[in-house]
Design a protein around this ligand. Structure first.
Ligand SMILES: [Zn+2]
Length: 421
């Protein structure tokens, strides 16, 4: 692979530092070798050259919570889509996500090791993945695919794994680890999209959660992530040593203090309840899901705002799969609506998200030695954060040095005299 120089951009490096105009970056063999002021960077002989067109260079974005194998929550689609079509949709979902500027994700349930491997082997265009395989759930919990008229159904491609009591949770952890889980996903409370519970309900006992975290720790310190919405289930997860709290709808002061003490990440997914409400207008959904989404949407925003103000580490995640794949970067606009600055929202979606999902050494900031994962936008996200959600604004996406999206705004070719040489 030849060296590549990308020039004529303003650098927003993911660390939260002031933007650097007239910047450039060089990568080689998939990794960044130099980044900084263009006038101080020598053009490597024979390098490919890309002109960023005065756009804004950022690290490839990271979504800490997606479900590539989920396609909204429309009832008919869920019942009438055969498994092969679900897989083909997943391929498209992943490609749309990558083209939106997301170069890495953590898939929080439903995606298997084969799909992850297809990305590694270059068979599909997708963000690189860490995967949870399945969501561990109690009987009647968030992840138990139960319908009052049918009982507990077993879909051909289940997302949940029901387990109760110390023996079953131990076995369930071992099963998802055997299947290739990079992270253990557990529903420690009820949720919006479950038929027999409420987001405030506590699920699993502290004893069960301790067993899960201990067993995951035995396998090379595999972390655990908690779908956790009610305060007690959130606190149980933090005490047990879960690395991240997903959703965090009913955080109270004690939970926020505990997150600060334990260094627990918060993945807000503000995108998710809004998507349920918006999509309910066009798709037939289970009424109680929509009702619960309306009930929690504002409480959720207030809860995340308080955690942010208290200094809890926030990693961007959307729960896309509930919402529409490829709209992930709308989450930054939503994070700014609860009080974050555009720069803080960008850091949450790059550096902090990389830390949360365990790739801090590899991606999340633009520094030499990390993967050349980068995005160039036409518009300055610091002046209009909402511009990030517009696909036409994403002019260039590079993943591990490979150009995966490039619009006509990114020219290739020689450099004028006024620039580095
Ligand atoms: Zn989720």
């Amino acid at each position: 692979m030849k060296k590549t120089l990308l020039r004529n951009v303003t650098l927003i490096d993911g660390n939260g530092q002031e933007p650097l105009p007239s910047a450039a970056v060089i990568w080689d063999q998939g990794k960044i070798v130099e980044v900084g002021l263009e006038s101080q960077i020598a053009v490597p002989p024979g390098a490919d050259i890309l002109d960023g067109g005065g756009g804004y260079l950022m690290p490839g974005f990271i979504d800490s919570h997606v479900h590539f194998f989920a396609n909204g929550i429309g009832l008919e689609a869920a019942l009438m889509t055969p498994p092969s079509l679900v897989v083909i949709h997943a391929v498209h979902n992943a490609e749309k996500t990558l083209h939106a500027g997301i170069t890495s994700v953590r898939d929080a349930g439903g995606t298997d090791a084969g799909f992850k491997r297809a990305q590694v082997e270059g068979l599909i265009q997708a963000p690189r993945m860490k995967i949870a395989i399945k969501i561990l759930s109690i009987t009647g919990g968030h992840g138990d695919e139960y319908f009052p008229a049918l009982g507990q159904v077993t879909p051909l491609m289940p997302m949940g794994l029901v387990c109760d009591g110390p023996d079953e949770v131990l076995k369930a952890v071992r099963e998802v680890l055997r299947a290739g889980a990079d992270v253990i996903k557990v529903a420690t409370t009820g949720g919006v999209l479950s038929t027999a519970d409420h987001p405030s309900h506590t699920q699993f006992s502290p004893e069960e959660l301790n067993i899960i975290v201990r067993e995951a720790g035995y396998r090379g310190a595999v972390p655990a992530m908690a779908h956790a919405q009610g305060a007690e289930g959130i606190k149980n997860a933090i005490r047990a040593g879960f690395a991240s709290i997903e959703h965090g709808i009913y955080l109270d002061d004690e939970a926020i203090d505990m997150m600060l003490t334990h260094g627990t990440y918060l993945v807000p997914t503000l995108h998710a309840p809004l998507s349920v409400i918006e999509l309910a207008e066009s798709e037939r959904m289970i009424g109680s899901f929509v009702k619960k989404a309306h009930e929690v949407v504002e409480i959720h925003q207030q809860s995340i705002a308080r955690a942010y103000q208290a200094g809890v580490k926030i990693a961007m995640g959307t729960d896309c799969g509930v919402g529409i794949h490829g709209t992930n970067l709308r989450e930054l606009e939503l994070m700014c609506q609860i009080g974050m600055s555009p720069m803080q929202a960008i850091v949450a979606s790059t550096k902090t998200a990389a830390e949360c999902i365990g790739w801090a050494g590899e991606t999340g900031t633009l520094v030499p030695g990390k993967w050349a994962d980068l995005v160039v936008t036409r518009e300055n996200p610091l002046t209009r954060i909402a511009s990030l959600k517009e696909p036409s604004n994403i002019a260039l996406v590079v993943q591990a040095g490979k150009v995966v999206k490039r619009t006509e705004h990114i020219a290739s070719g020689a450099i004028g005299d006024q620039h580095a040489g």
